[in-house]
Every structure is written in C-alpha cells, then in structure tokens.
Ligand binder design. Structure first.
Ligand code: FAD
Ligand code: NAD
Length: 406
C-alpha cells in the first residue's frame, strides 16, 4: 500500500511546528510529509515589529527551515501556494502542484483593510520579513532625506501607526526606543519627530486590563508617543492620513502610515471555498472545517470559538503552536490506524506585550499582572521557550533573547 501524502502549507508557527512534531512521531514508512513555504526560512512574526522599527536585525528573527526541519524526513518545497482545490485534493503552486491525502493549512494572516480609501496603496503593514525591512528602510530614508531638502517637510518625520491593539502598541514602543538613535544619526532634533498612534476604540488595547493599559500609555507617552483615541482612520494618501474624532475630520501630514489595525486569514483559504468568517475558517474541535475530513487548519486561518465568552479566540502564536502540536498528534493517530481524534482546547497561559526593549505589560495565570522588568523578562522567557520547542538548546543559543538585564 502506498504511503499517505501529508502536505503542510506555510512554515509559520502553525506549519513549522506541525512539521517538526511529525518528523518525530512518524517514521519514513508511515507517510510522506511535504512542507511548502514561500521562503527558505521561518520567521517569528512576534518579533517583526522590532525589525520594522530597526531595533532588532531581521536575521535574528528568521530561522532557516533546514536548521530545524530534517529534510531527509520531511520534503521541503520552497514555493508559493496559488490555489487550494480541496474537492480535488490538490494544491497549485507557482512552479508546480501537489496532491495530498491529508492537508494542513497554516498560511497565516494578512492585513484587514476594511475598504478604507487609499490604505492598500499607501500604508505599510507588519506581516513578513520583507514588509518589516521595507518599513525600517522607509523611515531611515525619510530621516536621511529631511536635511537634504531646502523646504524641510514635516510629513517625513510624522510616523503614524493605525490601531492601538497589541501590534500597534508594541511597534510604537520600539519606535520610542529607535527614534532618538535615528535623530542622532541624521542630525534631526528629537522634538521635530512625531510618533502618533491612532485608535478608533475609546481606549488603547480594548478589552485588556485597564490598569495595565494606563501603565502602557503613560510609559509610551513619557517617551514621546502621542495617542489619538476614539479616532477612526478614514483615508490614507501619499502624504496624509485622515481620521474622524468627535464627528470632526482631522488630517495628519505624513508619508509613513503603518497599518496595525486588524488581521484576517490568508485570502487563499477563503478562495478555496471553505465557509469563512472574516477570512478565517470555522473549524470543529478536531481543527477540521465542516465537510472536509482530510483538511486541518492551524493558526490564524482557523477560527475556533471560546464557549465561555461566545467569541472567537484571538489569532495568536500561542494558539497556533498548540493547534500545531495537537494536529500533529491527531494526524499521527490517523496514520497509525486510530480514527479517534482528540478534541482541541486552547490552554491560555496569558498575554505579555513589550513597550520597547526595556518595558512591558502582561497578565499571566489568569490574573497575575506584570509590568516593567518582570514583564520584559517574562516576554523573553516565552520567546526562548518557543525556540527551545522548535530547535532545542542550539536554537536558543543562536537566536534566543538571553540578556535579561537589557
Ligand atoms: P504566520 O506566522 O503568519 O505564518 C504563515 C507562513 O505562511 C509564513 O511563513 C508565510 O511565509 C507562509 N505563507 C503565506 N502565504 C504563503 C503562500 N501563498 N505560499 C507559501 N507560503 C506562504 N501572538 C502571540 O501569541 N504572542 C505575541 O507576542 C505576538 N506578537 C505579535 C507581534 C506582531 C508584530 C504581530 C504582527 C503578531 C503577533 N502575534 C503574537 C500574533 C502571531 O504572530 C500570529 O497569530 C501568528 O504568527 C500566526 O501564526 P501562523 O502560523 O498562523 O501564521
Ligand atoms: P487587533 O485587531 O487586535 O487590534 C487592532 C486595533 O485597531 C483595535 O484596537 C481596533 O479598534 C483598531 N482599529 C480598527 N480599525 C481602525 C480604524 N479604522 N482606525 C483606527 N483604529 C482602528 O490587531 P493586532 O493588534 O494586529 O493583533 C492581531 C492579533 O495578534 C491579536 O489576536 C493579538 O492578540 C495578537 N498579538 C498579540 C501580541 C502579544 O501577545 N504580545 C502582540 C501583537 C499581536
């Protein structure tokens, strides 16, 4: 009998962790496992805001796939998925196609732009090594350009971040660290530079602990971040951003808008014909979409409901990793002839968010609040723990955040 083909799409948290777990749990004669990814590397999306601000080089964030995946056990295909055809059990790639017996989709997120005028064309997003590197270079270019023009343009030094969710807050935290360095390097007065975070909801970090939100805003404001709260972004052009606050229309001159105001699942998944909800695919507790016994969805493309709150779980790396481990175990059961799949339930350990490299906030174990050094240290522990799971101690030593006093 021929070995079943397992195809994993995407080497983000969900995809690569599924592959790494399967390479341990399945033997060469159990199944052929193929991992497909756009790039030769996996990147830690959770560090991209640091790369975008320029506080951490992107080579720290990316990990070559063949450093953690044993390519004699897992077939790695570097290619871009262009279409998923679940009815035909096929996946089309830019340079070929694959057929599968079991498919694991881990193609991650893309920016949700809500049809806002000019956003797609004129705003940057933090979504990959390429997009983060572009933001870093764009900001540096504007600093370099500023003193080379006779009419100094303020729009070059106004950096606007759309959305004060965790991505927006973590990014402005890094900018608050980075901007003074850039000012020194490019002879730009610090007071000339504005970092403006625009949030539509009545508070930053809506839904998060109010005391920690206040701590975060005070910490960031003290380092020069301005907040526009209750301000809905309406339009972005090449050199301005328009928002509405208290029914008034206001404009900020800027040629740097970084959109961090929402994500959705990769469009390819919706286009494949699975029933979708804001670009994410509702899956059962076996992580399979209704009607597709041979497809598993992990990470930001999957939508799972929290029965307690009756709301979807937020798309996070924490959940993506757990879904991947769970899916690898269930697939191993299936391949070894056990058709009983274990139900998945997220085990939420908490949330910790950085406010630059020397401050952070967090809630762990349901209600333990952290801020300052202890939260910063906890964030590094979380990051190092992931690297340990993925590639053991050698990977922690190579890529980990080991300096707890910086
Ligand atoms: P991703 O990590 O997005 O990976 C998707 C992979 O698929 C990528 O490797 C990509 O190259 C590949 N891919 C995409 N399209 C194609 C294609 N067509 N063909 C081939 N390959 C493709 N969550 C937390 O829990 N904690 C945090 O601290 C945290 N911090 C964050 C900070 C930032 C700045 C951001 C943006 C998000 C953060 N998140 C955090 C959320 C977290 O990063 C996501 O939930 C997580 O990345 C989802 O993992 P994933 O495996 O679904 O997808
Ligand atoms: P989000 O959806 O959590 O936050 C987006 C924010 O943008 C919201 O506060 C929303 O009110 C605001 N917004 C939406 N439209 C707007 C508009 N037109 N004008 C102004 N503001 C607008 O998105 P995110 O912050 O990118 O987070 C995505 C996911 O990644 C979440 O699940 C989050 O928990 C996770 N994440 C976690 C961490 C962490 O744990 N440290 C860090 C980053 C992201």
């Amino acid at each position: 009998m021929k070995n079943p083909n397992i195809v994993i799409l995407g080497a983000g948290y969900g995809g690569i962790m599924t592959a790494v777990k399967l390479q341990k749990s399945l033997g060469a004669n159990d199944a052929n496992v193929t991992l497909v990814n756009k790039h030769s590397y996996h990147y830690q999306t959770t560090w991209l805001h640091e790369n975008a601000a320029g506080t951490l080089h992107h080579d720290r964030t990316r990990i070559q796939i063949n450093d953690v995946v044993n390519t004699s056990k897992i077939n790695f295909v570097q290619d871009t998925v262009t279409e998923i055809k679940p009815q035909e059990k096929r996946v089309l790639l830019e340079n070929g196609e694959l057929s599968y017996d079991y498919l694991v989709i881990g193609l991650g997120f893309e920016a949700a732009t809500f049809g806002i005028s000019g956003l797609k064309e004129n705003a940057f997003t933090i979504g990959s090594i390429n997009s983060a590197r572009l933001i870093r270079q764009h900001i540096e270019y504007n600093f370099a350009k500023y003193n080379n023009e006779a009419d100094k343009k303020q729009e070059r030094l106004n950096i606007v971040v759309g959305g004060a969710g965790f991505t927006g807050i973590e990014f402005v935290g890094e900018l608050a660290n980075r901007i003074p360095e850039l000012c020194k390097e490019y002879d730009v007065p610090r007071e000339q530079v504005r970092i403006i975070n625009v949030e539509a909801a009545p508070t930053a970090l809506p839904g998060f602990d109010p005391e920690l939100v206040e701590y975060a805003m005070n910490s960031l404001e003290a380092r020069g971040v301005e907040f526009k709260i209750g301000a809905m972004i309406k339009e972005v052009t090449e050199n301005k951003l328009v928002f509405e606050k208290d029914e008034q229309r206001e404009e900020i001159e800027t040629n740097t808008v970084v959109w961090a105001a929402g994500v959705r699942g990769n469009s390819l998944v919706e286009e494949a014909g699975f029933e979708a909800n804001r670009g994410r695919i509702p899956v059962g507790d076996d992580l399979r979409p209704k009607g597709f016994e041979d497809v598993f969805i992990v990470g930001d493309c999957a939508l799972i409901m929290n029965e307690e709150t009756e709301r979807p779980y937020p798309p996070t790396a924490q959940i993506a990793i757990q879904e991947a481990e769970h899916t690898a175990a269930n697939l191993t059961r299936l391949i070894k002839g056990d058709s009983h799949l274990e139900p998945f339930e997220p085990d939420l350990k908490g949330t910790v968010a950085s406010l630059g490299h020397n401050d952070a906030i967090g809630v762990i174990f349901d209600d333990k609040k952290l801020f300052g050094w202890s939260a910063t240290a906890m964030k590094k522990i979380i990051d190092n723990r992931y690297l340990l799971k993925l590639g053991g101690i050698p990977l922690v030593l190579k890529k980990g955040k080991l300096n707890f006093f910086q």
